[in-house]
Design a protein around this ligand. Structure first.
Ligand code: DGL
Length: 279
């Protein structure tokens, strides 16, 4: 049995491409449809109800593409909207918070876990709660969680200023409290942050384990496809479609370094604000 329907992936813009590339790596035979809501980005500074509304609209669009699974490749949307998406979805929904929390709990040795994210993700406390829940399930005691919002990282990532002095200075400022707290594990709980991982690692020190939530999420996608019996066994090249709510040319230009190999081409324009949803 092979299910050739694609996996739908959405993000507020281009950050989710760091999750997409991990999905391609984990399940290369699967088709994907990616929607980047670039015209309404960032989500990280918006209210809960707005992020829920946008996420439901994005889900409707992906469902119209006959996807077999939806990956919320945005920590802010996962933190605010996952419960609502799951309630209304026609297919399984995977978010990026729980997988990251699981890997962090397994990685820590001294029990001190740092979480860096957008202001919205930090303010929901969803990550902290997910780490605490997972730690309890694993029987870990004395877990301490330190959160830090790093809003400027998003702009630095989009600007391509990954390994620059300005990125280093910004990282030093943001990460100071986490260094002082001696965290030994740091979750990059925003899809943009893996692009700055070199600088983040250097500032934190090489003994600190950096968690890329995209990698952890891709593993969950693979396991869920197997569990649901919806994996594709097709040997044909998988479909890889891209949609953006802003200019396709601009999307492709900014997206290229995020994706590395497999550059997006033929990106189409689509806005999801045409979908009526009640929040
Ligand atoms: N992709 C978002 C996240 O992972 C960050 C960018 C935004 O604020 O929209 O939280």
């Amino acid at each position: 049995m092979t299910d050739k329907r694609p996996i739908g992936v959405f993000d507020s813009g281009i950050g989710g491409l760091t999750v997409l590339r991990e999905i391609w790596e984990a399940v290369p035979q699967e088709g994907t449809v990616y929607f980047g809501d670039n015209s309404r980005t960032p989500y990280g500074t918006k209210s809960r109800s707005t992020v829920i509304k946008y996420s439901l609209q994005n889900m409707k669009f992906l469902e119209s593409k006959d996807v077999k699974m939806i990956v919320v490749a945005c920590n802010t949307a996962s933190a605010y909207a996952y419960e609502e998406l799951k309630k209304r979805a026609k297919v399984p929904v995977v978010e990026v918070v729980t997988p990251g929390a699981d890997v962090a709990c397994r990685a820590t040795k001294n029990g001190k876990i740092g979480i860096i994210a957008t202001k919205a993700t930090v303010s929901t406390g969803v990550y902290k709660a997910a780490v605490e829940k997972r730690a309890a399930e694993l029987g870990l005691e004395n877990i301490e969680i330190f959160q830090q919002a790093c809003p400027l990282f998003v702009s630095l990532a989009e600007e391509g200023w990954w390994n620059t002095e300005v990125a280093r200075l910004t990282a030093e400022e943001y990460l100071k409290p986490l260094k002082e707290a001696h965290v030994d594990t740091l979750v990059m709980a925003c899809t943009h942050y893996p692009l700055l991982s070199k600088v983040i690692q250097e500032v934190m020190g090489e003994d600190v384990v950096l968690i890329n939530t995209g990698e952890a999420t891709a593993k969950v996608v693979k396991e869920l496809l197997a569990k649901e019996g919806t994996a594709s066994e097709s040997l044909e090249s998988p479909v890889r479609e891209f949609y953006t709510s802003d200019e396709p040319a601009l999307f492709e230009q900014v997206a290229t370094p995020f994706l590395g190999a497999g550059l997006p081409s033929g990106t189409k324009h689509f806005t999801t604000d045409r979908y009526e949803v009640t929040v």
